[in-house]
Structures are given as C-alpha cells and as structure tokens.
Design a protein around this ligand. Structure first.
Ligand code: ATP
Length: 245
C-alpha cells in the first residue's frame, strides 16, 4: 500500500535518514522503533511533507505523492499527530478539531453541526468529556493532545501517523487511544506508530521497523517480536552491556 524507497535526508553534515526502504501494509499497526536521533522524527516529517527528501520516493498504491508538501500529503489521505502538541491556543476545542478540514469547507459547516462533529469524533476515544467551548490553552496537556488526535481523525485518514503521542496521556486515555488504533487498522487503514516504549511495541504492533543511525536495520512481523532482540537491533551496545552486566 505505502512504500518508501531509498528515502534519504541530511541536515548539513548529519545524515538523518540514509536510504530507508519500508513497505507498509493496509490494515496494520506498523511501529517505528529507534533510539533518540535514529531518524524517526525525520521519517515522520518526510511522510507529512514538512521536509523534502534529498533522494528517494514515497508511493501510495504504487503512485508517487503528487505534491510533496503538507497539503499534498493531506490530500493523499495522510494525517499526522506530532510529538509536540500543535494546538491553536486561543481557539476553542470545536475550532481546533475542525481545523482538520481545510479552511473554506470548515467555515461552510453550520455552528450546531460543528459542535456535533467535534463531539462525535472526540467521543470515539476521549475517556472523560472534553469541554467543547473551552479555549484550547486552558485544557491540560493530555486533553490538548486528544483534541489534536480528533483533528487528525476527522479526515478519516488512510494513513494515520502517531509520533510519541502517548507521552502526554494517562493510563485510561492511553488505553482508549490504543483501542482506537486497533479499530483503525481493523477498518483497513494503516497506522504508523512511533514509540520508545517496549510494552507498547509488543502489545500493538503487527510489524516493527527498527531504525539505527538513520538506517533501516530490519522489519519484523508480530510473530517474530522479542523484546531482547528488538533491543539488540535498536541499541547493540546497550544490549551487550545488559547481557554482561
Ligand atoms: N533540523 C535539524 N537540523 C539539524 N540536525 C537535525 C535536524 N533534525 C534532526 N537532526 C538530526 O538528525 C538526526 C535524526 O534526528 P531525528 O529527530 O529524526 O531522530 P529521532 O529518532 O526522531 O530522535 P528523537 O527520539 O530524539 O526525536 C539526529 O542526529 C538529529 O540531531
């Protein structure tokens, strides 16, 4: 479904991503695992059109993404929730969720329907109700992240990219987001999940790609996942230290 081929990006002297090739299948949760600096965020930015690759291709159903900018990726059905909580602080929850639609379309929706729409999307996973008319800046960080997630879901994305989104969430919200991810995959969508946490990797992933120093080390399927082997692939020095220490 989604293939990245030989994708590469450098920042000055730093090679952030070095010839990465990964095949993603629809209806799966595909985790990207790697230490700090391994290239995960760079990959996310390339798959959102925020940065452009120096080399390589991104193909959806065998076709190149027409315009490699954020709008082009959105039009192709990608939605990304970034690690940093990207909220419009002085707008309401409803407005923030509706930002998921492109400007003009959003303004054409009547006010009552805007509230209903925001409430319906948030209701799919928010454990406690999020106040629809509150200013986003007044919400706790966890609720802000849920609003950003609702904004991404509003588009019914074919490819949902979640970059370390669970960091800001408590246990109940986190479980609800995991259920949502599984639901998305069950509907045939692709969920690309970036995390550091081995428990999340093990319980959610259909496939895992390990990145190290900007390179794809290996892609494993669910049956082949073992935490110690993943650690050895991700951080061989640390894994050796643990074995001998
Ligand atoms: N804008 C930038 N300018 C210069 N170097 C960058 C930039 N963005 C990333 N890098 C470098 O590229 C490499 C890969 O970074 P990236 O953020 O993709 O890794 P990561 O796996 O997402 O790490 P983290 O878990 O810390 O977010 C790192 O060495 C990083 O310092």
């Amino acid at each position: 479904m989604l293939d990245i081929v030989d994708l590469s990006k450098r920042y000055g002297e730093t090679v952030a991503l070095d010839g990465a090739s990964i095949s993603f299948r629809p209806g799966t949760i595909h985790t990207i695992l790697g230490e700090n600096g391994s290239g995960k965020s760079t990959l996310v930015k390339l798959l959102s059109g925020i940065v452009s690759p120096d080399r390589g291709a991104v193909r959806l159903e065998g076709r190149d993404i027409a315009a490699r900018d954020p709008r082009g990726f959105r039009a192709a059905g990608f939605a990304t929730v970034f690690q940093e909580v990207l909220i419009a602080p002085d707008r309401t929850v409803v407005d923030n969720v509706l930002l998921g639609y492109d400007g003009l379309f959003s303004r054409l929706i009547p006010r009552s329907q805007r509230r209903q729409t925001a409430s319906r999307v948030l209701g799919r996973f928010a454990v406690s109700p999020v106040p629809l008319d509150a200013l986003a800046a007044d919400l706790p960080l966890a609720a802000q992240q849920l609003v950003v997630l609702a904004r991404a879901l509003l588009r019914e994305p074919r490819v949902l990219i979640l970059d370390e989104v669970t960091a800001a969430l408590d246990f109940a919200d986190r479980e609800a987001v995991f259920a949502l991810m599984r639901g998305q995959a069950a509907e045939g969508r692709l969920v690309i999940f970036i995390t550091h946490r081995m428990d999340e990797v093990m319980s959610l992933s259909d496939q895992v790609t390990v990145l190290r120093s900007g390179r794809v080390v290996r892609t494993l399927t669910r049956e082949a996942l073992k935490p110690d082997e993943l650690l050895a692939l991700m951080a061989p020095e640390t894994a050796r230290g643990l074995r001998h220490g």
